[in-house]
Design a protein around this ligand. Structure first.
Ligand SMILES: NC(=O)c1ccc[n+]([C@@H]2O[C@H](COP(=O)([O-])OP(=O)(O)OC[C@H]3O[C@@H](n4cnc5c(N)ncnc54)[C@H](O)[C@@H]3O)[C@@H](O)[C@H]2O)c1
Length: 256
C-alpha cells in the first residue's frame, strides 16, 4: 500500500517511533494523520507539525479506542491504515506485582485487541485496510532483562499473526514492526532504571530510520518489518537449535 492520500491513525504518535511515523507519513502525502496519545499535549504538538488531528486517547481503555476510530471515520470517512504503536516497557520478573503485569498486558496486548474490534468491521465492510502493530524484536527473541515486556510482546506478535491468518484473504493486510533498540525516551528510561547498560544501545537506530523501514514494509505489504536485519538471522538460529540459542541468551544476560 502506498501512503499517498491515505487516512492514517497512529497511537503513541506524540513521541518516539509514533512521532517519526507521523512525520514520515506526512512526507509521503497522507491525506489525514490522526495523532493519538495519552499525553494530549504531545499529540497536539505533533498534529500541529504534520497538519493532522490530535486525539487524546489511552489505548488501554476500550472506550477511548472506540472513540478514536469513530471520530476518525466521522471526520475523514475511512481509516486506511491503523498503526497500533503505543507501548510501555517495564522491567519485570515473576515477582513484579500483578497490577504491573496487568498494566503491561493492557497497553501492550489488549490495546491491539481493542483496535481490531473497533476497526476491523469497518475495513471488512470496505474490503480493504491495513493494520500495523508495533511489537518488538522481544516478541520474537524474548528479552533477558524484562519478562513483562517479553511476554506481552510475544502475545502481541501472536495476535498480529492471528489477525493476518484470519483476515488476510479478506482484504486486510497486517504488519508487525519488530525493532531492537530505537533511540527514544523508552530506551533512555530503560537505561536510567538501573539495569546495567542495555545491550540494545550499541545497535540502536534512530526513529526516522525505523519509519523509513515501515514505509518500505507497508509498500511491500510484508508481515514482519525488521529494521535490524540481523533479527531474522537470530530467529533462524533460535528455530534451528533452541537449547543453543538459550545458552547464548544466558551469556548475554550475564554480560549485561
Ligand atoms: N524504543 C525502543 O527501543 C523500542 C524497541 C522495540 C519496540 N518498541 C516499541 O515501539 C513502540 C513505541 O515506543 P517508543 O520507543 O516510541 O516509546 P516512547 O516512550 O518514546 O513513546 C511512546 C508514546 O506512546 C504514548 N503512550 C504510552 N502509553 C500510552 C497509552 N496507554 N495510550 C496512548 N499512548 C500511550 C506515550 O505518551 C508516548 O508518546 C512501543 O510499542 C514499544 O514497545 C520500542
Amino acid at each position: 500500500m502506498h501512503l499517498k492520500a491515505k487516512v492514517v491513525v497512529v497511537t503513541g504518535g506524540g513521541a518516539g517511533i509514533g512521532r517519526a511515523l507521523c512525520r514520515r507519513f506526512a512526507a509521503e502525502g497522507a491525506k489525514a494523520i490522526v495523532v493519538a496519545d495519552v499525553h494530549a499535549a504531545s499529540a497536539a504538538q505533533v498534529a500541529d507539525e504534520v497538519g493532522g488531528t490530535a486525539v487524546p486517547c489511552d489505548v488501554s481503555r476500550e472506550a477511548d479506542v472506540i472513540g478514536l476510530v469513530q471520530e476518525t471515520i466521522a471526520r475523514h470517512g475511512a481509516i486506511d491504515l491503523f498503526c497500533s504503536n503505543a507501548g510501555i516497557a517495564v522491567n519485570g520478573d515473576e515477582h513484579t506485582p500483578d497490577a504491573e503485569w496487568a498494566r503491561c498486558w493492557d497497553v501492550n496486548v489488549m490495546a491491539h485487541v481493542y483496535a481490531a474490534r473497533a476497526v476491523v468491521p469497518h475495513m471488512l465492510e470496505r474490503g480493504s485496510g491495513y493494520l500495523l502493530q508495533t511489537v518488538s524484536a522481544a516478541g520474537l527473541l524474548t528479552h533477558p532483562q524484562s519478562a513483562t515486556y517479553a511476554v506481552t510482546k510475544h502475545a502481541s506478535l501472536a495476535f498480529a499473526e492471528w489477525l493476518s491468518m484470519t483476515y488476510g484473504d479478506r482484504g486486510i493486510v497486517v504488519s508487525a514492526l519488530c525493532p531492537q533498540g530505537v533511540r527514544t525516551a523508552m530506551l533512555r528510561r530503560a537505561e536510567a532504571e538501573g539495569t546495567p547498560r542495555s545491550f540494545l544501545l550499541d545497535s540502536a537506530l534512530e526513529p526516522e530510520q525505523v519509519a523509513d523501514d515501515v514505509v518500505k514494509g507497508i509498500e511491500a505489504e510484508r508481515f514482519l518489518i525488521l529494521p535490524h536485519s540481523e533479527v531474522a538471522e537470530y530467529v533462524r538460529r533460535k528455530a534451528a537449535d533452541h537449547d543453543r540459542w538459550l545458552r547464548g541468551m544466558r551469556r548475554l544476560a550475564s554480560n549485561t
